[in-house]
Ligand binder design. Structure first.
Ligand SMILES: [Zn+2]
Length: 353
């Protein structure tokens, strides 16, 4: 679809109030036309306001280049995820204007961004999309064991959060757009890393990897352990807990479970890898410091003091930079067969014993 999406002055005012992150993203697209390739993957509407679902690409166009996909805003109320990603993208674009080393690095890698996955949900400040569906309970995959009542995903209807959508229906348009981007630009690479930004669970920042639908280890768990150890050796004073999501709860319809299954079904060669992480920012820490945030729904998921907000925007720069370097240099850390067997045992004792 062609750019830009045209809005009149009144519509622009509504976007500025309800979804300022979209204006920030569109400003970056306008400022960096030679660096960023922007595409409207789907056009949503909310109160007759056109809301584009953008994908942005930059870096190498070689179909064999390693790839990093970064997504955010899947749950509309967790807008801090979109803000962290857009702030990091802005820094990256600014550095690309003058940093020759970074230019050389980016020339060898493809970066793909979908920073506002659920624009209608963000306008409404709610978790689900415009149809009342929780996009991360919406994939066609069922948990193997019991899930938390409602929170694990349900089919009662969109009046409760965590609604999966109708049984047998296609995924929601936002998820279909994400799937198209993943099939087009992420699968089939020697290394593809995905990072999806969320907030809301616990006091600490966590990096979760699949599965969410079962308690058994994922088939490429050795690669995840290798990535975890690489991160911890490189940044021993880091702030994240790295673990499978099933350590905490199971859920139906997790999109990253689904994309992993799709990847496996595509019969990848042993040289092709796909790893997805969810950054779950521990928003309870912000609430603890400012309990009055309990009184507004968005306060449960977002830092609302200016200094704390700025701190959160800075907090994950190292991790996002690391994702690039890890994807680009995966030959230097992906385990060989023998090592993989050892790492699989490590995973067992860390998380599944
Ligand atoms: Zn979330």
């Amino acid at each position: 679809m062609t750019l830009p999406v045209v809005r009149d002055a009144a519509q622009q005012k509504v976007v500025a109030q309800q979804l300022p992150e979209l204006l920030e993203l569109e400003a970056l697209i306008a400022q960096h036309p030679h660096t960023l390739t922007a595409q409207v993957e789907h056009l949503l509407t909310w109160q007759s306001l056109p809301l584009p679902l953008y994908s942005l690409s930059l870096g190498s166009r070689d179909p064999h280049a390693p790839t990093v996909l970064m997504t955010a805003g899947m749950h509309g109320v967790e807008r801090i995820g979109s803000q962290v990603l857009i702030a990091w993208l802005q820094t990256l674009l600014e550095r690309l204007c003058w940093d020759v080393q970074l230019q050389q690095q980016i020339a060898q890698i493809q970066l793909v961004f979908m920073p506002i996955l659920n624009p209608v949900g963000m306008c409404l400040n709610r978790r689900c999309n415009g149809n009342g569906v929780d996009l991360n309970r919406n994939a066609p995959i069922d948990a193997e064991d019991e899930v938390k009542l409602l929170g694990g995903g349900h089919r009662l209807g969109g009046f409760f959060p965590w609604y999966r959508g109708k049984k047998g229906a296609a995924m929601e348009a936002e998820n279909l757009a994400l799937e198209r981007v993943i099939k087009r630009q992420v699968f089939g690479r020697p290394m593809a890393l995905a990072l999806d930004l969320h907030s809301g669970f616990g006091m600490q920042d966590r990096l979760w990897f699949p599965h969410a639908y079962r308690r058994k280890p994922i088939d490429n768990i050795a690669d995840y352990v290798a990535l975890k150890l690489l991160w911890e050796r490189t940044y021993p004073n880091h702030i994240y807990i790295f673990e499978p999501q099933s350590m905490h709860y199971l859920s139906h319809g997790d999109v990253w479970d689904y994309f992993h299954a799709l990847f496996t079904a595509s019969s990848p060669s042993p040289q092709q890898h796909f790893l997805s992480l969810t950054l779950e920012m521990g928003s309870w820490a912000w609430v603890k410091k400012r309990p009055r945030q309990l009184l507004n729904f968005a306060g449960l998921f977002n830092p609302q003091m200016k200094h704390r907000h700025a701190r959160v925007l800075r907090r994950h720069i190292l991790l996002l930079d690391f994702m690039l370097a890890a994807a680009l240099n995966s030959n230097n850390w992906l385990p060989e067969k023998q090592q993989a067997a050892l790492l699989t045992q490590t995973a067992q004792s860390l998380w599944f014993s």
